[in-house]
Design a protein around this ligand. Structure first.
Ligand code: SF4
Length: 468
């Protein structure tokens, strides 16, 4: 499973300062887990915008440049994993558009479900797209509206046209604008730093630069940073939101706070809940590092079963998903994990993981643990079975590839060669997260989508565009 992106925005109060780039760089470093394919920073000094971007990890891209060349008091940054659009230099962000002596730069986390339709409208008018990413659709819509009206009016129209998930940091010349979609699929939070404000996909980015988290950007909210202050506008209000539950299970860093919930605590509660739902007599709990660790601690705490590492991760290898094809992914698993037979041999082992997508990686890990001498291997999973694809910005797999879309729990248990398999229930997960089910997106777990997606069941949310 792959997260789509991470975004940052930073506005310093002192317009004479040229120091926005460095804290943005460190914030992107803190968000590297959200995307490893490309990264970029755009800053503005009040006269012009400057951008540095490229393919690769944050330190690798910016070591090719001199960050000191990026001089500005306001800026945005982006780390990307592609969901819509290819992994190419053209699709790296921030995406820059110049028009009528003005510049906009956009960093986008999410995925539009109506981007093809909107793109077609522009193409029918004779416009030629320079990238294959849905962010260019956002840029073109924004330019079209900015020609006619002010920033707020343009964003209001933009939000009326966009369908899907979007957390955006935007520079309109030297004004920072941030937008979270009305259903709040993707996280976005606001913080204060010495001499200014910062907005980021996760609070760890704010912590990293010594800032203080103020609050989450609300679903449907637009914040404009101008003249050393920020102005909030609640442009859209829905009866319910659709916050991605997988942020809590897997995507976000455990030290992040999303919607006032510390992700680490949510994962501990998931582990504890798994004891209630799927108890088992075993000698040790061994997490599949790193994503199973916190669930494993929770399970051990509640069950009293020893927590012991039976698998060790090579920390110099990135997440397996940066490998583009199945063959390379298989090699990556072997490179990434090794067993500690002394901790496993002749023991009944509980392996703890966040999810099962295709089942192939889980099978290989169970086989490795058996080979290392485990007497029994029980698998416990911190998410319910993934039965449907994500259209909102997470690249997980097609429905055909999702093992749980076609098999019962017993069937998946056989595929992965486990002695027993237990997933947390949807109810148990919702309780552990602590947000009502109606305010979460659970579509990949239930097959019921919060927005209209062709061929899928949709749970309609009532949406009103407020007057102000
Ligand atoms: S479908 Fe699943 S991964 Fe996608 S936004 Fe909803 S909860 Fe998140």
């Amino acid at each position: 499973m792959r997260e789509s992106c991470g975004v940052v925005g930073l506005a310093l109060t002192d317009r004479e300062s040229d120091k926005a780039a460095l804290p943005i760089y460190y914030s992107l470093y803190a968000l590297q887990h959200r995307g490893q394919e490309s990264t970029g920073i755009t800053v503005h000094d009040g006269k012009s915008a400057q951008t540095q971007k490229g393919m690769g990890l944050v330190p690798d891209v910016f070591k090719k440049y001199n960050l000191k060349d990026l001089k500005g008091f306001v800026g945005i940054g982006h780390v990307r994993y592609s969901t819509t659009g290819d992994s190419t230099i053209e699709n790296t962000q921030p995406l820059i558009v110049n028009f009528m002596d003005r510049t906009i730069a956009i960093a986008h986390n999410g995925n539009l479900v109506n981007s093809s339709e909107l793109r077609y409208e522009f193409e029918a008018e004779g416009q030629i797209f320079l990238t294959s990413s849905d962010t260019e659709v956002i840029a073109r819509l924004l330019v079209k509206e900015l020609i006619k009206t002010d920033i707020l009016g343009a964003i209001k129209e933009l939000m009326r046209r966009l369908e899907g998930s979007y957390s955006l940091t935007i520079l309109v010349d030297d004004i920072l604008v941030v937008v979270r979609d009305p259903l709040g699929f993707k996280p976005l939070c606001l913080g204060e730093v010495d001499g200014g404000y910062v907005v980021a996909s996760e609070s760890v980015a704010i912590d990293t630069i010594g800032g203080t988290l103020i609050r989450d950007v609300r679903p449907g909210e637009v914040i404009i940073f101008k003249d050393g202050r920020y102005h909030s506008h609640q442009l859209s209000k829905t009866r319910n939101t659709a916050k991605c539950v997988f942020e809590y299970i897997y995507f976000a860093r455990p030290d992040s706070i999303i919607d006032s919930k510390l992700v680490y605590q949510v994962r501990i509660r998931i582990g504890e809940r798994l004891v209630d739902e799927h108890p088992v007599n075993a000698d040790i709990i061994s997490p599949i590092p790193d994503s199973g660790i916190t669930f494993g601690i929770g399970y051990s705490k509640k069950s009293g079963i020893d927590y012991m590492e039976g698998l060790m991760k090579n920390r110099y290898i990135g997440r397996t998903f940066i490998m583009p094809d199945q063959n390379m992914r298989e090699t990556a698993v072997k490179l990434k994990l090794n067993t500690i037979p002394q901790n496993i041999k002749d023991k009944s082992v509980i392996l703890m993981d966040d999810s099962i997508v295709r089942g192939t990686t889980s099978r290989r890990i169970v086989d490795m643990v058996r080979k290392a001498g485990a007497k029994e291997v029980h698998v416990r999973i911190g998410s319910p079975p993934i039965v449907a694809p994500c259209y909102m910005g997470i690249d997980m797999a097609t429905r055909e590839e999702l093992v749980a879309a076609h098999k019962t729990v017993a069937g998946v248990e056989a595929v992965i060669n486990a002695d027993s398999l237990g997933y947390i229930s949807v109810e148990g997960l919702v309780d552990a997260v602590g947000i009502p089910a109606d305010d979460l997106c659970l579509a990949c777990l239930t097959g019921v989508y919060p927005i209209e997606v062709p061929g899928e069941i949709c749970k309609r949310h009532q949406m009103t565009l407020s007057q102000f």
